[in-house]
Design a binder for this molecule. Structure first.
Ligand SMILES: Nc1ncnc2c1ncn2[C@@H]1O[C@H](COP(=O)(O)OP(=O)(O)OP(=O)(O)O)[C@@H](O)[C@H]1O
Length: 286
C-alpha cells in the first residue's frame, strides 16, 4: 500500500479541441491525511486539477493526457468512475447547484441509495456524516431553509456519507460570506484532524488557506510554480509576481523587514510579531 493519497506524475492535460495545455508537467505527491490548499489566479488550472483527481478528466471530458494521476497508487485512467467515486468525494463552488433533495436527510440518503447501501448501514452513515459536519440538528430541515454555509456543510456531509479517502473541493466558499466560509474550513479541518481524511481545496481566499492548510500548491498558467508549507511559500520572492496576494499580517511583516523573525501568516501570530518588535525597539531605546 502506498503512503500517498494522490500522485501527479509528469502530468499534462489539454481540453479537447484546445491547442494548449491547461495543466503542464505537474509532479506532486500528497501524503494520506494532508490538508492541501490549491490556489492561483484565474485560469491557472485549479478546476482542471480538481477534475483530474475526481475522474471527470479523463472519463467525461476526454482531451489529451501525458503522464498520469494516481489515487492510492492506482491510475485514474484504469479505474472506472464508480471506483473513483468510492475513493474521492467532490464538493463544488455553488451550494445551490449540488443539492437535489427537499430535505437534509433525503439529500444524504440519495447518494447512498445510488450506491446500493443497505438501510441499516445507511442510517449509521447518515448519522455519522451529520455529526462529522456539525449539522445533526438540521437533519429534518428543508434544504431550502439552510444558510449558504449550512448548505456547503450538507454538501460535504453528502460526500462524506460515501466514505471517501480524499475530499476535493472547488472554491467551496466562493458564494459564502466570511462566517459561512470559516464554518466550511472548520469542518474540513475537523475531518482532516479527527478522521484522517485527505483534503484538497481550491480556494482564492488566502487568509483561509494560511489559517487552515498544511501544504499549499500554487498554480499559474497550468504550471505548479510553488508548493510547501504556507509560511515557506509566503516568504518566497516569486509570490510578488503570481497575482495571488498574501495574508495581511504577512504583508505587514514583510514591510517591517524584521527578517530574523518567523513570518506570521495568521492574525494571532501577527499580533505577537508586532508586540515582540515593539518590545525590542523599547529595549534598544532605553
Ligand atoms: N472545457 C474547457 N475547454 C477548453 N478549455 C478549457 C475548458 N475549461 C477550462 N479551460 C481552460 O483551461 C485553463 C485552466 O482553466 P481552469 O478552469 O482549470 O482554471 P482555474 O484556475 O480553475 O480558473 P478560475 O479561478 O477562473 O476558476 C484556462 O485557460 C481555461 O480557459
Amino acid at each position: 500500500m502506498t503512503e500517498y493519497a494522490l500522485e501527479f506524475r509528469s502530468y499534462s492535460y489539454g481540453y479537447p479541441g484546445s491547442g494548449g495545455k491547461a495543466l503542464k508537467n505537474i509532479n506532486l505527491k500528497i501524503k494520506k491525511g494532508t490538508f492541501v490548499g490549491l490556489t492561483g489566479p484565474t485560469g491557472a488550472g485549479k478546476t482542471t486539477f480538481i477534475k483530474s483527481v475526481n475522474g471527470i478528466i479523463p472519463h467525461f471530458e476526454g482531451g489529451t493526457i501525458t503522464g498520469d494521476v494516481q489515487l492510492q497508487g492506482l491510475d485514474t485512467r484504469t479505474l472506472n468512475t464508480a471506483q473513483i467515486s468510492r475513493l474521492v468525494g467532490t464538493v463544488f463552488d455553488d451550494p445551490e447547484a449540488q443539492i437535489v433533495c427537499l430535505d437534509v436527510e433525503q439529500e444524504l440518503a440519495f447518494g447512498l441509495e445510488n450506491l446500493g447501501v443497505a438501510p441499516e448501514e445507511m442510517e449509521q452513515r447518515i448519522h455519522t456524516a451529520l455529526n462529522q459536519t456539525g449539522i445533526a440538528h438540521l437533519r429534518t430541515r428543508s434544504t431550502r431553509s439552510l444558510s449558504g454555509g449550512q448548505k456547503q456543510r450538507l454538501a460535504i456531509a453528502a460526500a462524506l456519507a460515501l466514505r471517501p479517502e480524499v475530499l476535493v473541493l472547488d472554491e467551496p466558499t466562493s458564494e459564502l460570506d466570511p462566517m459561512g466560509s470559516k464554518e466550511v474550513f472548520q469542518v474540513l479541518k475537523h475531518l482532516n484532524l479527527q478522521h484522517g481524511i485527505t483534503v484538497v481545496v481550491a480556494e482564492q481566499k488566502i487568509e483561509l488557506l494560511a489559517a487552515y492548510c498544511e501544504e499549499l500548491v500554487l498554480l499559474k498558467e497550468g504550471e505548479m510554480v510553488l508548493s510547501g508549507k504556507p509560511r515557506e511559500v509566503f516568504g518566497r520572492q516569486e509570490m510578488k509576481h503570481l497575482g495571488v496576494g498574501l495574508p495581511e499580517v504577512t504583508e505587514l511583516a514583510l514591510r517591517l523587514k524584521a527578517h530574523s523573525r518567523e513570518l506570521p501568516v495568521q492574525l494571532e501570530e501577527g499580533l505577537q510579531y508586532c508586540c515582540d518588535l515593539l518590545a525590542q525597539q523599547r529595549r534598544v531605546a532605553l
